[in-house]
Design a protein around this ligand. Structure first.
Ligand SMILES: O=C(O)CCC(=O)C(=O)O
Length: 348
């Protein structure tokens, strides 16, 4: 995605201010990692974060001195940032749901295209199961089944796969969990058409999530109206993952906000202008922060160039404490290197 930095003529990747900011904050690793023969943990290159807005510290300073620190300017009309809007308990609840409930069929995920719908991915990962293409092994199926177009995939116990000498296509559930990039709730978003496909089977957004979204949306709603959550996209970020600059313009009425909740590792969010050439503002997003984008802000490019994982100031200590039970080891390991974003939309 990103071109060489050595040329004097900027290549495509550096042509717009938004791309330049993405490149500035994107995660790069120290070259020593590549050159070293030993498999060492890659070391992130240091990045200059001095220009990144930190609403948490702005709020802390405001609470202490009742004045905003110098240099604070209005960000964008219709953009709301609510630092720490979710309690740690709420964050844990939504992390659990994002891993266990939200990717369940008929909700679709990025894995549908290849494997068909996969049920119970998180529990399969916890139980170290392996997804095997039917025909690759002749052993009996041990649990939930998926059904792709080309192959039929089934979860097997790890020992069933190894003892029967599986020679065909297989992938561990934990790898699939790591590679989960998105799931869609309510009205299903069709990425290839960049639109909602109302003909696709779907469940309503869970009521608890609807109630939360309605409450969070209030400050950005037109007077006297109530937010109607109809669709949601859940984005899952691992180390090195980014969400490129884009507009959310597929909903009918832009006066209604998008309610966007951050869970897990800290990230950088870029809020640009109506053109990719407009230089974006960078800001930290932490677990529990909520962003609302309505009105003018709906027309602005935005994206997430990086997340910060363990050892890099991920700021997830309160979550680690909550996930300290043995039952939660899998969720803890996941969230130490991941970020989840749940963004809820009124579509019509
Ligand atoms: O991950 C985020 O905070 C932003 C998500 C987003 O922009 C989107 O899904 O459209």
């Amino acid at each position: 995605m990103y071109g060489s930095e050595s040329g004097t003529v900027p290549d495509d990747s550096e042509r717009t201010a938004f791309r330049r900011a993405e490149k500035k904050y994107k995660l790069y690793y120290e070259d020593t990692y590549k050159s070293s023969k030993k498999k060492r943990k890659p070391k992130p290159k240091p990045v200059d974060l001095s220009q990144v807005l930190d609403f948490k510290s702005i709020l802390e300073s405001y609470n202490q001195k009742a004045v905003l620190p110098p240099g604070i300017v209005p960000v964008q009309c219709g953009f709301y940032f609510v630092p720490g809007a979710l309690s740690v308990e709420e964050q844990c609840q939504w992390i659990r749901e994002s891993l266990t409930i939200f990717p369940q069929p008929p909700n679709r995920t990025n894995h549908n295209a290849f494997y068909g719908p996969i049920s119970d991915l998180f529990s399969a990962a916890k139980e170290r199961k392996v997804l095997v293409a039917e025909g690759s092994s002749n052993s009996e199926c041990s649990s939930a089944v998926s059904n792709g177009d080309a192959d039929r995939w089934k979860f097997f116990e790890e020992h069933e796969v190894s003892s029967k000498g599986n020679s065909g296509k297989s992938v561990s559930a934990s790898v699939l969990l790591r590679k989960l990039r998105w799931s869609t709730l309510g009205l299903q978003f069709e990425w290839s058409k960049r639109n909602y496909d109302v003909s696709l089977p779907h469940n309503k957004i869970p009521d608890t999530l609807c109630q939360l979204a309605k409450r969070l949306a209030k400050p950005a709603m037109p007077p006297g109206e109530e937010f109607q959550p109809e669709g949601a996209i859940v984005n899952y970020f691992g180390p090195g993952d980014m969400l490129g600059g884009h507009l959310d313009d597929m909903e009918a009425d832009w006066s209604k906000p998008i309610v966007s909740m951050s869970l897990g590792c800290k990230a950088i969010f870029l809020l640009g202008g109506k053109l990719r050439e407009d230089p974006p503002i960078a800001m930290f997003l932490r677990s529990g922060d909520v962003v609302l984008m309505a009105g003018e802000a709906r027309e602005c490019f935005h994206g997430v160039p990086r997340i910060f994982t363990e050892g890099e100031n991920a700021e997830i200590v309160p979550l680690e404490k909550q996930f300290s039970d043995e039952e939660d080891v899998c969720a803890l390991e996941y969230i130490q290197t991941s970020r989840i974003n749940v963004n809820i939309r009124q579509v019509f």
